[in-house]
Design a binder for this molecule. Structure first.
Ligand code: ZN
Ligand code: ZN
Length: 705
């Protein structure tokens, strides 16, 4: 009787839809019947202590659900609140690994103090099963591995119990060759500890585990030598390293090279979690990159293998095939829009693999642009007030499937981006690599129906508006390593351009063309742009005496005696004096439009713009840096195609977001120090920003995150 029921039973989780008839998002149910219209009738399991007993029946549309096995349903039932169940489901690699866990597998769990490694000791059945349709919840008893990575000698009794959602990482069990899945022998070793808990895990005795941290680099052996010899390692590769005691650690390669005192190539790896005696990016007293304390591991390159969690050979789970693209995060039915991700939540929501916008088929220009414009910035939200009922279908797709998803879940699957691309009106958007400026213009003009962001005056006349601004100048007009401020000032002055008004968003495109040519090998980002002197009819102060300026002079711009690279405007007196100098007698200063009624010594307000994102390009691949809050160190780096799982046909890209506070440290230096900076000595991400910048995105301070 019980066996036959088990064959027929079908479980599901509600992934979207408004709460109705007992079913709401995150609810787990069991199918009792299915209508021809594709509706499921079923029992619903509540949450809380009574979670195992199904309540009333209800109806839900099939497309609003996702099928679960009994085991998955039991694991998810113990996860509370129910919204966390969906989050776990959005990480299919992890969830399928959790479903396959067996005794003594090493996992990392969320615990009070942070993230702790531990060994799974038991799968616990929780709750009573009085009626046949009752379902046990399943949780894991985990024994912590202490700070020295030895097993705790004293077992606390009982061991702490964790839900599937508490597990943030699973270490594969190939180091446990005799590892048996508990599902092979579900009734073995029943050991009633408490009325509500049944130990259903085969008892295999504990296995001691040692990770000798202080010499971790010497005790590491390659786990898959075949892989190792063929593996192409580069900065950004996700790797695993196995110690000779069988403990695997995972991380991302942040540095490659020959460290001082070594002769072979080593890798500096930022680990996914802390390991005692690992550093914050230094090795032998020398800094190679920056990360959190106890996260940096340095090992010979030969010891690294590809991160097996993202290889496509492991799991046998019937509903979550790893070669399939990951599950789509559920769509909200509510019309309510998600606000930009606040600074306090950005790192926990965004940092990691399978985060951000998933790249697909040359989409990186689009992924990097959308991520920059929408993840943390309010700017476009503020400018664009189209009411939902008048918006075009494509704007609806953008808002629902991309922006809201990104802000709520930190992940947008490639399908959503493809759906958006299909509506852009031209087939080339589906397949070809495009320029971000072309995309931005279409996005703002056609999709969001926005007025041009920039209103420019050329030679005193109002010209057409623009969505982005392209820097145009002669290479000789600025120094070897110019700042964005210098480039913008020089470009405006030499083209005789002015802003009609302060733009709420200013997107500046660097002087580089096509995939190869860049005018400057390095450009220093200006975190603040002062556009006071670029505004038409806004009062400006004399460069020399500070009084109201009446003339400006392009030829004075590069003058070595007068702060080269800085815009020069003068009051009438200073204008005459400066230009009596023999070297400046040939100059032709232009008269400025001075607002009527300005007194000569009234203070002039400064108009500043704040940098909130940078698009970078290298070998035709676009990535972006985003400032996710006011703190100077609040920078993240996003790559929609950081890695790939599977082959060209059936595989998918793995997007990744990394925190890069070191960028904030670098940019906080004084102007003089920045001008003297040596890019080749900067960390990897800082160097990429200096070398590869393509577009700088600025916003008015009132709209800053
Ligand atoms: Zn003056
Ligand atoms: Zn001059």
């Amino acid at each position: 009787m019980e066996t036959r029921a088990a064959v027929k039973e079908k479980f599901f989780i509600v992934t979207r839809g408004k709460a109705r008839k007992g079913f709401s998002r995150g609810c787990i149910g069991r199918v009792e019947a299915e209508t021809q219209q594709g509706e499921l009738m079923g029992l619903v399991y509540s949450s809380g202590s009574n979670a195992g007993s199904p309540k009333s029946g209800g109806m839900v549309r099939r497309e609003d659900t996702y099928p679960l096995t009994r085991h998955q349903a039991q694991l998810l039932l113990f996860v509370s609140p129910s919204s966390k169940r969906l989050e776990l489901l959005c990480n299919p690699q992890l969830f399928s690994a959790i479903c396959e866990l067996s005794q003594d597998d090493l996992v990392v769990v969320k615990h009070k103090k942070g993230h702790l490694p531990g060994l799974v000791k038991n799968l616990m059945q929780i709750g009573r099963k009085e009626k046949q349709e009752d379902l046990h919840m399943l949780g894991f008893e985990v024994e912590f591995v202490d700070n020295d990575h030895n097993l705790s000698s004293k077992k606390p009794a009982p061991l702490p119990l964790f839900s599937a959602a508490d597990i943030i990482q699973v270490v594969p069990s190939y180091s446990v060759p005799f590892g048996r899945s508990w599902r092979d022998s579900p009734s073995e070793g029943l050991n009633r500890k408490a009325v509500s808990r049944i130990n259903s895990m085969p008892n295999m005795g504990s296995r001691s585990l040692h990770l000798r941290d202080s010499h971790v680099e010497h005790s590491i052996t390659p786990s898959q030598s075949a892989n190792t010899s063929q593996m192409h390692l580069e900065v950004g590769s996700m790797v695993e390293v196995v110690s000779n005691t069988g403990v695997t650690v995972y991380g991302v390669v942040r540095w490659l090279g020959v460290p001082a005192g070594k002769t072979s190539e080593w890798a500096g790896i930022e680990l996914d979690y802390e390991v005692n005696s690992c550093s914050d990016g230094t090795c032998g007293g020398q800094r190679y990159f920056s990360c959190k304390q106890s996260r940096a591991l340095f090992v010979p390159v030969s010891k690294c293998s590809p991160d097996s969690r993202f290889l496509c050979s492991s799991s046998g789970n019937e509903t979550l095939k790893p070669t399939k693209p990951p599950l789509v995060p559920p769509l909200e039915d509510s019309e309510e829009d998600a606000p930009p991700i606040p600074e306090s939540e950005a790192l926990s929501l965004l940092v990691g693999t399978m985060k951000g916008i998933q790249g697909h088929f040359n989409s990186c220009y689009l992924d990097a642009t959308l991520f920059s414009l929408f993840s943390s910035s309010m700017t476009l939200d503020n400018i664009c007030h189209n009411p939902a009922d008048t918006e075009q279908p494509i704007a609806h797709t953008l808002r629902k499937e991309i922006v809201n998803r990104l802000r709520r879940y930190g992940f947008v699957p490639a399908e959503s981006v493809m759906n958006f691309r299909k509506q852009l009106g031209c087939d080339t958007f589906l397949t070809e690599e495009k320029d971000p400026e072309e995309f931005i213009t279409i996005l703002l003009q056609k999709v969001l129906c926005m007025e041009p962001l920039l209103k420019l005056r050329s030679k005193g006349e109002i010209t057409q508006g623009a969505y982005t601004f392209q820097i145009i100048l002669e290479k000789e007009q600025v120094g070897q390593m110019p700042t964005v401020q210098q480039l913008l000032d020089t470009s405006f002055l030499s083209c005789d351009l002015k802003f009609e008004e302060v733009p709420s968003c200013l997107i500046v495109q660097m002087p580089r063309f096509g995939k190869k040519y860049k005018m400057f090998p390095h450009i220093i980002p200006s975190t603040e742009l002062d556009i006071t002197d670029l505004l038409y009819s806004s009062p400006r102060e004399c460069f020399v005496c500070g009084h109201l300026a009446e003339h400006e002079c392009l030829q004075c711009l590069p003058d070595r005696k007068l702060q080269p690279g800085k815009i020069k405007q003068y009051c009438a007196i200073c204008n005459t004096q400066v230009h009596t100098h023999p070297s400046r007698q040939g100059h032709s200063p232009r008269a400025l439009v001075v607002p009527a009624g300005m007194s000569a010594d009234a203070p002039v307000p400064r108009h500043m713009m704040h940098l909130f994102a940078v698009l970078c390009i290298h070998t035709s691949h676009y990535v972006s840096f985003v400032k996710y809050g006011p703190d100077p160190r609040s920078w993240i780096f996003f790559d929609s195609m950081a890695d790939r799982c599977g082959d060209d046909q059936s595989g998918y890209n793995i997007p990744e977001i990394r925190a890069c506070p070191e960028l904030g440290d670098f940019l906080s230096q004084s102007e003089e120090d920045l001008a003297r900076a040596n890019p080749s000595q900067a960390g990897e991400l800082v160097r990429r920003l200096l070398c590869d910048s393509y577009m700088f995105l600025y916003q008015k301070p009132s709209t800053a995150p």
